[in-house]
Structure formats: C-alpha cells, structure tokens
Design a protein around this ligand. Sequence first.
Ligand code: ARG
Length: 460
Amino acid sequence: MKLWSGRFDKNTDALVDELNASIGFDFRMYRQDIEGSLAHSAMLAKQGIIPKKDAELIADGLKEILKDIEDGKLSFGSDVEDVHMAIEGELTRRIGDAGKRLHTARSRNDQVAVDIRLYLKQEISEIRLLVLGLLETVLNLSEKSTDVIMPAYTHLQRAQPTTFAHYMMAYANMLRRDVTRLEDCLARMDECPLGSGALTATTYPIDREYVARELGFSRITQNSLDGVSDRDFAIELMNDLSILMMHLSRFSEEIILWCSWEFKFVELDDAYSTGSSIMPQKKNPDIAELVRGKTGRVYGDLITLLTVMKALPLAYNKDMQEDKEPVFDAIDTVKKCLPVFDAMLNTMRLNPQNMREAAGRGFINATDCADYLVKKGMPFRDAYTIVGRLVNHCIEAGKTLETLEIEEYRSLSPVFEPDVYDAISLDACVAARGVAGGPSKESVKAQISYIREFLEERNK
Ligand code: ARG
C-alpha cells in the first residue's frame, strides 16, 4: 500500500512502479533523509505541533533504522518508490502512530530538496579535498623541476622555451580556480529549503531557522516555490565538475603526448599504465585516456539536467526526479578520476634530457634573437624580419641559431656581435623571463609560494 493511496481505487500498474521508483538511485541519501527527519520532528515537538513523546519515539526509531541500514540489516525493494517513502514507511511499521506524525508540515518536495543539498554539500567537501591533494602534487612536481627546460607550444608547434615547473604551474592555477569554484558553489547551496512544504510553505507555526541550524545550513531559502523547484545548485556543481574535468582532460592529453616516442618527455609508472594484448612492446597511458574520455560523460550529465529543467513551470514536477542520476554520476566519476590521476602524476618520471633536446630544435629562441637586436636599438619589426631570414637560412643550411657562424649572422645584420650566442642560449632565454607570471626560476618560485599560501589558508 502506497502512503498516498487514500484517493486511489486501484493499485498502480507494475510498469508505472518501475518507471516511478527512484529508490534504486536515491537510496544513497538515506543518511541525509534521516538527519532531515530528525531535525524536522525535533522542531515539530519544540513548536508544540506534535507531542514530545512522539518526537522521542520518532528519533529513536529513525536512529535504529539508520543503524540497521548501515549494518546491512535493512534494504528496500522498488515497491517503496523512493528513499523518503521507504524510511517513513519503515518508521511507522516500527513505532506505529507516532511515525504517522512525522510528515506533518512537510512534503516530499521540500524533503528531497533538503536531502540532496545535504548530500551534495558533503560530496563537494570531499571533492574539494581531492582537488587540494592533486594541487599539492602538481606543486611538488613544480618545485622539483624549476631547472628543467622544455619547449612550450602554440598550435602544437614549438614556440618558446620554458620550464616544466612553469608548465605545471599553469595547471596549478586551473586547479586553484576549481577549488574556489567548488567553495563558491557550496556557499550558494548552503540554504535550507525545509519548510517550503509542497510549494507554498505551511500553516503550522514551524521554526525554519531552527531546522536550518540543526542541519548545519547557514541560512534558509527565501521563497517556498523556489525552495522546492530550484536545482541550480546541482547544475552549478556539475558545471564546476565539468570545468575541472576539462582541466584534467587537457592535462591528460599532454601526458598522452609526452608519453609517446615522438616526445618521451615523461614515463608513467608501470602501476599506472597498461599493456596491449597483441603488441608486446606497448605501454599505454590508459588512465590519462580514461580521464579524457570520462570528461565527455560529465559534460553529458550537466547537459542532461540543464535540459530536464529548461521548460519546467513552477513548482515541483516529477521531471526533477531526473536530477539525481546525472549529478551522482558526475560526482562518482570525478571521485574515481581524481585520486588515480593524482597517483599517476605522483609516480610519473620526467625525462629532462629529452625535453631539453626538443627545446634545442625548432628555433624556439628566435624571439629572443629578435629581442637581442631590439635591445641594441633596432625596431622590433625590422629585427623580426631579419631573424625570419636567419631561420630560413638555418633550415637551408641544416643549422640552428646556436650553430650559425657569426659571419652568417653579420651577413644579415652588422648589429650582431659574438654576445648573441649568450643571448639565445636556452637557459638565458628562460632566465630573462623574470616578469611576474613568467618561467624564470624566481618568477616560478613566486608562483609556487602564492599557491602554497592558498593551500595553507585551507589547511588551517
Ligand atoms: N522521489 C522524488 C524525487 O526525487 C521525491 C519527490 C516526490 N514528490 C512528489 N510530489 N511526487 O523528486
């Protein structure tokens, strides 16, 4: 018998039950559902809406149910519809009439709205810690590689020299923003909708502030229609997770490239790579590829809920039950990816020699060569043209800017002197980029301290 069966003459069709039931995916919110009910019934008793004795029976009953679920002694079939009905039904079975008072001044609409916020708040905190852990790993990689020169690319063409540390700090900053995005999301979500009722609150003299405080919310939602029909917080979280995954996916793509024989800038640990069933020589970066692949899945989750919500009139509509699977999937996916990505980075070995060799090819010091002329008084555009011709000459002669004779330099401009070789050495090119944000050792160290401080503020 359904808890709402009063106005119905027949039972629902079995196919309806199957479509309607959300217990298969919302049961994971059982703890939040029980917490919400405990706060609600305590408030009802405090306000004199239900007898204190009943509230005590309700509290004891709910705590027992929680214990039985956690001990694996209690589970539910799809006939109970959802986690809310399951627990309320079970409570009434156990304690009788007192259980029937629990749902006074409450609807499943504000109940589910509070449950999911409680659940997501917890998950955000966990994901935030995982991102902070990854950020620490990236920072450690940076600290170890401030002297490791590598080429930086635009259009995937070698462009200018940098260091591996500087490269890593780019990702560190992405992750720093991801952390703050999660924090912002959590702060905005931190409102208690309980008391919104089905949609227009209730006639009972409830104390919403009390319930919010009991449940650890910073404040209450401001409008009951909005309180039950808002899913912005879930969309916002999936947006933040999508951006986070986009960062991990770009990072993965680089690692995949760097593992290839064409680059060989890094080597993944055996524990974080896989082999081929046919090609004995293969060592594949499957973890990075999976993270890249799963990014699509998280984007899909975001688009799913945006699409579900796009034309819903106020207030609650059953469509909104479709919020849970995507948001849970996005969370599960991110929580699966972050630790293994972190461990993969933590165990990754660098190949500084190959990075430097790659930096030595591709004329990535051409800008510095032009800047050399500029520093001797030549307008940048003229210097640019001369160095372009020099590079052309190098390509024809099979040389690099470093191996060109001084006469060859001077045949294109008499401004060149032997000190040009110092000016275009890769180490000099990097060291000269001491501008804030640049790759020089001092500059990267400043970038590292900035993020270290960011981490310390959060470890307090
Ligand atoms: N299982 C439902 C959900 O997840 C609970 C709310 C049901 N409310 C209702 N009016 N049918 O959205």
